[in-house]
Design a protein around this ligand. Structure first.
Ligand SMILES: Nc1ncnc2c1ncn2[C@@H]1O[C@H](COP(=O)(O)OP(=O)(O)OP(=O)(O)O)[C@@H](O)[C@H]1O
Ligand SMILES: [Mg+2]
Length: 401
């Protein structure tokens, strides 16, 4: 709009120049018109005095001798310059002639004044445009606000199925919440197991993470408040990867959606599906940390290299800040040699990346989801609950070190 105003202001200025040039040319023509020169014609009085041309106007006045109108010059209120033109032509009575300034001088003066006016107008236009340009040239000022108190985003990922991703997401989230932290869980798995674990039927969910990722629905609109806050999944999340595939910035859809709630939570825990597809890539791109639950079995560890490669690709292309918070041995049964060996292989290969906490096998983990609750709520005093409380302490101690 400002720019438009600028243009509006300039156009009348240019029109005035043209109209003044036309007047000057008309006067010049009448001065030098051979026909008019033979018969005494009224001389247009041109004052070499100051004052803008627009403020001066020539109009007929009666001469003492003839009473006929003559052309004289006098200050007048601003009026269209064109109004003087007919008087110049129509008036035929002789009039006292004042020495006329050369036409070139008058033209030069008119143009000079017009140029000054133009300069003034351009300055005003520039002033109007200025703030926009300044804003543009110093975007740093707009971004000065340092991010404060933003949630730590933790993904639980492993393309192997049934390794306790969902169980770990929910129970660690509840353990952190017990310690006074504000926690949001996100169900990014079309199976909807996390959603079910909070007593919500994914089949009956109208709007879910599908709508957040595919249709840019604000994530706050699909957060259910249960034992913990949860952004729910529905079965149609299964179609999200295909629906998102043509979207620009498809890997960052979740990261973008989380900005809305980043400052409302201390931790955001994301449960991912057992694959390394676009949903998991979205989770890793939005996260600062990844927890990798690994069932304490040899076969469960084979996929870790593939997961590491995916993580490396994410670090190189999408999120350089994401790192492995830890590898979590789950369903650990210390009575079996196989489980103990599996853990020692993990520690040999990944060293300190392996959590000290062990999530042991316990039937409570299978029972709690049926009640739509975490193990910490289902049986708060159980040993099963204490495994995730220990893990929460370990995660927090790592974060503060
Ligand atoms: N520590 C445990 N002891 C015994 N059973 C467990 C334990 N942790 C999880 N389970 C059970 O193992 C099954 C798989 O767990 P969970 O659903 O958490 O795995 P997941 O990795 O999320 O699976 P998916 O890849 O299919 O999403 C569930 O029935 C769960 O109750
Ligand atoms: Mg799961």
């Amino acid at each position: 709009m400002r720019q438009e105003n600028g243009w509006f202001m300039r156009i009348p200025g240019q029109m005035r120049i043209l109209s003044r040039r036309k007047d000057a040319r008309a006067k010049h023509a009448s001065d030098h018109d051979p026909v008019e020169a033979e018969s005494p014609a009224p001389e247009p009085a041109v004052e070499p005095s100051s004052g803008t041309p627009a403020a001066r106007v020539t109009e007929p006045v009666a001469t003492p001798e003839t009473g006929a109108p003559a052309v004289a010059s006098k200050p007048a209120p601003p009026a269209p310059v064109e109004s003087s033109a007919p008087a110049l032509v129509e008036s035929s009575a002789p009039a006292p002639v004042e020495p006329a300034a050369p036409v070139e001088d008058e033209l030069a003066k008119v143009e000079e004044e017009a140029a000054a006016e133009e300069t003034e107008i351009r300055l005003k236009a520039a002033d109007l445009l200025g703030p926009d340009r300044r804003d543009f040239s110093s975007p740093a000022k707009a971004e000065v606000e340092a991010p404060t108190d933003l949630a730590e985003v933790i993904s639980f990922a492993n393309q192997k199925g049934g390794v306790a991703k969902t169980t770990s997401t929910l129970n660690l989230a509840v353990a952190l919440s017990e310690l006074g932290h504000r926690v949001l869980c996100i169900d990014l798995d079309p199976q909807g197991n996390l959603t079910m674990s909070q007593g919500i039927d994914p089949d009956k969910v109208d709007r879910s993470m599908y709508h957040v990722l595919v249709e840019d629905l604000p994530i706050s609109e699909i957060i259910a408040h249960r034992e913990i806050d949860i952004a729910v999944a529905s079965l149609d999340l299964a179609g999200a990867e295909i629906a998102m595939s043509t979207k620009i910035g498809r890997e960052r859809s979740l990261e973008k959606a989380l900005r809305e709630v980043h400052s409302e939570y201390d931790y955001i825990c994301i449960d991912t599906p057992p694959s390394l597809g676009l949903l998991t890539i979205n989770a890793l791109t939005a996260s600062s940390k990844v927890i990798i639950p690994v069932q304490c079995e040899y076969l469960s560890m084979r996929g870790l290299v593939q997961l590491q490669n995916t993580l490396k690709m994410i670090q190189e292309n999408l999120n350089p800040d994401v790192r492995i918070e830890g590898i979590l041995p789950t369903m650990f049964d210390s009575r079996t040699l196989h489980a103990r060996e599996a853990v020692s292989i993990l520690e040999e290969n990944f060293g300190d990346l392996v959590f000290k906490s062990r999530i042991r096998k316990a039937v409570k983990f299978a029972e709690a989801p049926v009640r739509g609750a975490s193990v910490l709520k289902y049986d708060p005093e159980s040993r099963a609950a204490s495994y995730y409380r220990d893990l929460a302490e370990e995660v927090l101690s790592d974060g503060s070190s």
